[in-house]
Design a binder for this molecule. Structure first.
Ligand code: DAH
Length: 346
């Protein structure tokens, strides 16, 4: 029996040595060490031996089975390590390689210009009107009627304003001035707001005109507001936005919702006032309309013009951006060409 055991042991050791895969090892384990394995068969015969032999052969059998167990598990371990190493080798990454370039986006120049204008007016004490006071789809009531625009005014013409098929009097707003009415219908003076947003006009598109663009409306209503306040606020805005050295001028003008009315021109940046295509040879570009709120408008929203007065203004965001960054074609803002917009990363 002893020889038999030693034979089993040396066979098993050889088998283990020859094993190439985990599956081989599992087969070996089954062949020698399982309940039906060769060692167990021997152990079954122990009961027929004398007590002394039983002791010797029994402990030899245990010893062999422990040794086999250990070498099989060593080899398992070896296979496992090999597999791990080859996996590590295959999946190796070089952490010193440069990272992949992920292009970073940034805000559109019109958004940054709007943000800049808004923050200047905030620093002058204005706050942004709530969104519901500044819808892009408006009724004629807000876009024209309440702003004192006569029924036969050319701006109401379909040549100028986009009418919707929602209802006869629903338009895409042609100006942000309707926000003034929304605010004054909802708020008592003192009122000091700005309302930025998109407006639509039925224009022939060219380098200076697009069929939608952006405005920032402003309104200041309180007791004793004068044209001097209007000039003071707008001059201060221009000084902060363009710097003190850019020539500007106030010109008288007309708007149905202001009396008196004015427009502000800024010297053309392309030709420095000499006259070019961008400024139609005049040397100046208009950036905003403004004026003292017409008493009819105040009365319409229930504000007594004998007690209160106010000024309003509406400026073109594209114009302001074009004049600051020397952009000579409004269409560049809307072409989605990254070669253009990338220049405004800062
Ligand atoms: N809404 C005018 C436009 O689109 C601009 C404007 C002029 C706004 C005078 C005003 C204002 O608030 O007082 O041309």
């Amino acid at each position: 029996m002893k020889e038999q055991l030693e034979k089993i042991y040396s066979d098993a050791v050889m088998d283990i040595e020859k094993a190439l895969t985990v599956k081989d090892l599992e087969d070996i384990k089954f062949k020698y060490l399982s309940r039906k394995g060769e060692l167990n068969e021997i152990k079954k015969g122990l009961k027929d031996l004398s007590p002394d032999d039983k002791k010797v052969v029994g402990s030899l059998a245990n010893e062999i089975s422990n040794k086999l167990e250990a070498s099989i598990s060593d080899k398992f371990q070896k296979f496992y390590q090999q597999e791990l190493n080859s996996k590590l080798e295959k999946e190796k990454i070089d952490v010193t390689l440069p990272g992949k370039y992920v292009p970073q986006g940034h805000v559109h120049p019109l958004t940054s210009t709007t943000n800049e204008i808004v923050s200047i007016f905030q620093s002058l004490g204005f706050s942004v009107a709530p969104n519901e006071c500044s819808p892009e789809v408006e009724t004629e009531y807000f876009n024209f009627d309440m702003l004192n625009v006569p029924q036969d005014h050319p701006a109401r013409d379909v040549q100028d304003t986009f009418y919707t098929n929602i209802a006869k009097n629903v338009v895409l707003r042609s100006q942000t001035s309707g926000a003034q009415i929304h605010v004054m219908e909802n708020q008592k003076p003192p009122i000091r707001i700005i309302a930025p947003g998109r407006v639509y006009r039925n224009e022939n598109i060219n380098s200076r005109k697009n069929n939608f663009f952006h405005q920032i409306e402003g309104l200041y209503v309180d007791k004793d507001i004068t044209f001097g306040d209007l000039k003071g606020v707008l001059n201060e805005f221009i000084r902060i936005y363009f710097g003190a050295s850019r020539p500007t001028r106030f010109r008288n003008s007309f708007f149905p919702f202001t009396e008196p009315s004015a427009e502000v021109d800024v010297q053309c940046i392309m030709c420095e006032g000499k006259g070019c295509r961008t400024c139609s040879g005049t040397g100046w570009l208009e950036i905003l309309g403004a004026g003292m709120v017409d008493p009819n408008v105040l009365r319409g929203v229930g504000i007594d013009p004998d007690v209160y007065s106010g000024f309003a203004f509406g400026m073109g965001v594209e114009r302001l951006a074009m004049l600051k960054y020397a952009i000579d074609d409004i269409r560049l803002f809307f072409n989605n060409d990254v070669r253009f917009s990338e220049q405004f990363k800062g």
